[in-house]
Design a protein around this ligand. Structure first.
Ligand code: TRP
Length: 478
């Protein structure tokens, strides 16, 4: 039997762990992506599907992923191999971890580019560029930034360096420090912005847009996006929560942590949405204007409100920090895999991976200017393709397989030790993992069959894997 690769790091307390996990979950997904995809997909009905996915698929998968990490005690590839061996599953489960390591690198490659926009906005805000600015001027400012690949590459580089340096320092001194003071600050500014939003005269319209569902606007493609986003925003399906769980000691509660993570994450997204759409409607802007939405709306608010310079500068600093605490968590699965399985020390691993990811990120930079007419997956630009493959395919597939593992393969006593739910709740939990979550993911995948060839393959693989494992589990039990 080969040597188990154990994570030696650990969180200094339950609270620090929850903060780090919330820090991972709350990021550009909440502040930047959620508002813009909600705008593109018509609002209320999309939000409802997203919330449903968080509740029915997201939370169960989140708990499962944390449990797999703690039980497997290693990076995602090794953790899956470990739990598979200990619970009589195939070694191929390690591939699930590999899917995550890859997806993490791909997501991070565009994540640092977008976070770079936020750094550039932080500097501009500090310089007073947004004081008294109107919606048109902000729009021009943003297009100007996107049109300049060198500037984008510069900020992309800054963020990548930041990420690498924090990750290289390791769990206790790096990740924990970066997070503990950031979360409360972010919430505070969002509340200040919420106050401003109520004065725009479009607050009710914004509320309606987000919470009054109009199902005629909902397409199957939108349902896939909403489901993918539930995975993206909770940082699940990849192995982030698995690595974080592997640093978690036995006496802490995964259920409590999981519920906090989901709650905090959802609140931040909804607040950001409310604020941004109030500004959109008050200024006659386009809700579906895409990835620029956050960057074309908030400076307007800061330009108008009292104390705007201060709050604006602080806000963009916090966006950057929220992005950093997520960025770290995107690269951590790969770093700990390099470290534990390949003997490449943390510092070196962080730099090597950082360089690879930075290089892929150039594709995203160019997709906003030089390559904007270049299509990769269907009609999608490089950035849209990477985003689509990761959020809409790799994460749901990863999450589905985690659910399947915990429901069908993990031994009952291990499961109830990791996730101690009372009798009835446990039955519901297992039922959701066994049937609701996997079938929901597969149905959403299948409905997109017609639209996309790449998905056809994924769906067939998924169905096949599901059949094999269910069959396997049945056979083992008889
Ligand atoms: N959840 C983060 C956000 O909303 C992004 C993120 C960090 C992530 N780690 C992840 C997404 C792991 C998927 C998987 O911005």
């Amino acid at each position: 039997m080969s040597q188990l690769q154990l994570s030696k790091d650990s969180w200094s307390s339950q609270t620090v762990f929850i903060m780090a996990a919330v820090g991972s979950a709350v990021g550009l997904g909440n502040l930047w992506k959620f508002p813009y995809i909600t705008g593109e997909n018509g609002g209320g009905a999309f939000v409802l599907v997203y919330l449903g996915c968080v509740l029915l698929i997201g939370i169960p998968v989140l708990l499962s992923e944390l449990a797999l990490g703690r039980a497997g005690k290693a990076n995602p590839v090794q953790a899956m191999a470990n739990v598979a061996r200990e619970n009589g599953g195939s070694r191929l489960w390690g591939l699930l971890g590999l899917n995550g390591v890859l997806a993490g690198a791909l997501i991070l490659s565009f994540y640092t580019v977008i976070a770079g926009w936020a750094v550039s906005y932080f500097v501009d805000s500090l310089k007073g560029v947004f004081i008294g600015i109107d919606a048109n001027a902000v729009g021009e400012h943003f297009s100007g930034l996107l049109a300049n690949p060198y500037e984008l590459i510069f900020w992309h580089t800054v963020v990548t360096l930041f990420t690498v340096i924090v990750v290289a320092k390791g769990i206790k001194s790096g990740i924990e420090k970066a997070i503990t003071f950031m979360m409360p600050g972010l919430l505070l500014i969002l509340l200040v912005l919420l106050g401003y939003a109520t004065t725009t005269g479009a607050f009710t319209q914004s509320l309606n847009f987000l919470f009054a569902p109009d199902f005629s606007k909902l397409t199957w493609q939108a349902v896939l996006t909403a489901m993918g986003h539930a995975f993206f925003t909770l940082s699940i399906g990849l192995g982030t929560m698995m690595v974080y769980g592997s640093y978690l000691s036995k006496e802490y509660s995964i259920v409590k942590a999981g519920l906090w993570i989901a709650f905090a994450d959802t609140i931040v997204a909804l607040l950001a949405g409310l604020v941004i759409f109030s500004i959109v409607f008050a200024n006659g802007l386009e809700a579906g204007s895409g990835p620029g939405l956050l960057f074309q709306t908030l400076p307007v608010a800061f330009g108008e409100m009292a104390g705007g310079w201060f709050f604006g500068t602080l806000f963009f600093a916090l966006v950057v920090m929220a992005a950093l605490s997520s960025a770290i968590s995107l690269i951590e699965p790969a770093v700990s895999w390099f470290d534990q399985n390949w003997g490449i020390k943390r510092v070196k691993a962080a730099w090597i991976l950082g360089f690879i990811i930075w290089t892929i990120g150039i594709g995203t930079v160019l997709s906003f200017n030089e390559w904007s007419d270049l299509h990769f997956l269907g009609e999608r630009t490089f950035f849209d393709s990477v985003d689509y493959i990761t959020a809409n395919i790799m994460l749901p597939l990863g999450g589905l397989l985690m659910a399947v593992f915990v429901a069908w393969i993990l031994k009952d006593d291990v499961r109830s030790q990791e996730i101690p739910l009372s009798g009835n709740l446990m039955s519901v939990f297992i039922f959701v993992l066994k049937w609701i979550a996997p079938i929901a993911v597969m149905v959403v995948f299948s409905t997109n069959l017609v639209a996309d060839d790449a998905v056809v393959t994924m769906v067939l693989i998924t169905f096949a894997l599901y059949a094999i494992y269910v069959w396997n589990a049945k056979r083992d039990k008889s």
